[in-house]
Design a protein around this ligand. Structure first.
Ligand code: CUA
Length: 402
């Protein structure tokens, strides 16, 4: 009696596991809002290629899974001990050395994998394919944020450096050249393509294309130290005309601050921040405070004008053109939580709303409170010990950077 009950329990547990697993998969596939890092919700041609490969392969794997599980459950039931036959049905017939079966279960999986390999190779080729007027963007991972460099006039020199949010036009292929400045990171915008590692000394290309404007979330997916888990990024997709407008803004120097607090903030920025952060055109302060020196940058830098060059911290020239900062951990605008929570939605050239002054203040008071970092080892931003008045002045300046 007990053996029969055990077999029944095993059967029921097996079925429940399949149902729960299936429900979780379907649940995950249905909502980008709830699950913004969802590979099963492609939003562009490259992600479509992956999706169109995953679905049939998953279906074949699912059939194999069901066949194996049904076989296992059937055997659990068929060869159980029961009350009528306390000895069970005896040892099953042994099939070791059955040539037909050995050949069969070698050939069938080999054929299945060979067929999948053909489609797989085809998908890889399609994903490298670019067409039309391609935009090249250099992506540089570092502890713990992402930098994006554009050469928008194709003259070989970088003219836009931004961070955290990669901006691109809808319906065009963007070839990102992925590099790293320190350790191995991995660049991943699941709605637009698969993952690709950022490896020091190497350049790995990846093509992104998005059908619709919107903000698509990403996350570093290679363990890279303290703040790996919050090393986020976004791709902001704009209609072509608005992308052109974005390029215009980004290649124009921001206006000089006019009010007194902002001017004082700019002076403070030059003294305290320019050893690491760049605002294009500002000459860095004479001395690098806090023992910081701009890190040598052997791979890139020569092709970038020194007034554009940001080294170990984000270029802040047009800070307020982004929706988020601090590795996309904090919103830059009030009432703009959409920028973080929604993957497919409206994206504006210049984010609207009031600047999230309190977020910037929190960050300046003590960055390590928000994001685990190791500034003593040049990894991340130190606590500068700023007074509340200095923080107010810096914020007054930073919010002018549009
Ligand atoms: Cu960068 Cu993990």
């Amino acid at each position: 009696m007990r053996n029969k009950r055990n077999a029944t329990i095993a059967l029921v547990l097996g079925i429940i596991t399949c149902l729960v697993g299936g429900w979780l998969l379907l649940r995950g596939a249905t909502s980008l809002e709830t699950f913004p890092l969802n590979t099963l919700n492609p939003q562009g041609t490259k992600a479509d290629v992956i999706y169109d490969l995953v679905v049939p392969v998953f279906a074949v794997a699912g059939l194999v899974f069901i066949a194996v599980e049904v076989g296992v459950l059937w055997m659990v039931y068929r060869f159980r001990r029961n009350d009528e036959d306390v000895e069970g049905v005896g040892e099953p017939v042994q099939l070791h050395g059955n040539t037909g079966l050995e050949i069969g279960w070698t050939i069938v999986p080999a054929v299945i994998l060979a067929v999948i390999a053909v489609f797989n190779a085809n998908a890889i080729l399609q994903m490298d394919d670019v067409s039309g007027d391609v935009i090249d963007v250099t992506v540089i991972g570092q502890q713990w944020w992402w930098e994006f460099r554009y050469d928008t006039d194709n003259d070989g020199a970088v003219d836009i450096i931004t961070a955290t949010q990669l901006v691109m036009p809808a319906g065009r292929d963007v070839r990102v050249q992925i590099q790293s400045r320190d350790v191995i990171h991995s660049f991943w915008i699941p709605a637009l393509n698969g993952k690709k590692d950022a490896v020091p000394g190497r350049t790995h290309p990846l093509v992104l294309e998005a059908a619709e404007p919107g903000i698509y979330q990403g996350q570093c997916t290679e363990f890279c130290g303290l703040s790996h888990g919050v090393m986020r990024m976004q791709v902001k997709v704009l209609p072509q005309a608005e992308y052109d407008q974005w390029v215009d803004v980004m290649t124009t120097p921001p206006e000089q601050p006019t009010d007194e607090a902002a001017k004082a903030g700019q002076d403070l920025f030059v003294q305290q921040c320019t050893a690491c952060h760049q605002v294009n055109g500002l000459e860095p302060g004479a001395e690098a405070p806090y023992g910081y020196a701009k890190l040598p940058n052997p791979n890139y830098g020569e092709d970038v004008g020194s007034t554009l060059l940001s080294q170990n911290a984000p270029n802040l020239t047009h800070l307020m053109m982004r929706d988020t900062f601090a590795g996309s951990l904090l919103d830059l605008y009030e009432d703009n939580s959409d920028a973080v929570d929604t993957t497919v939605g409206s994206a504006e050239v210049v984010p609207t709303g009031e600047p999230a002054v309190n977020n910037i203040k929190r960050w300046l008071r003590n960055p390590e409170d928000i994001k685990p970092m190791n500034p003593d080892n040049n990894q991340g931003m130190p606590n500068l010990g700023l007074s509340e008045q200095q923080i107010d002045e810096l914020v007054a300046y930073l919010v002018t950077l549009k």
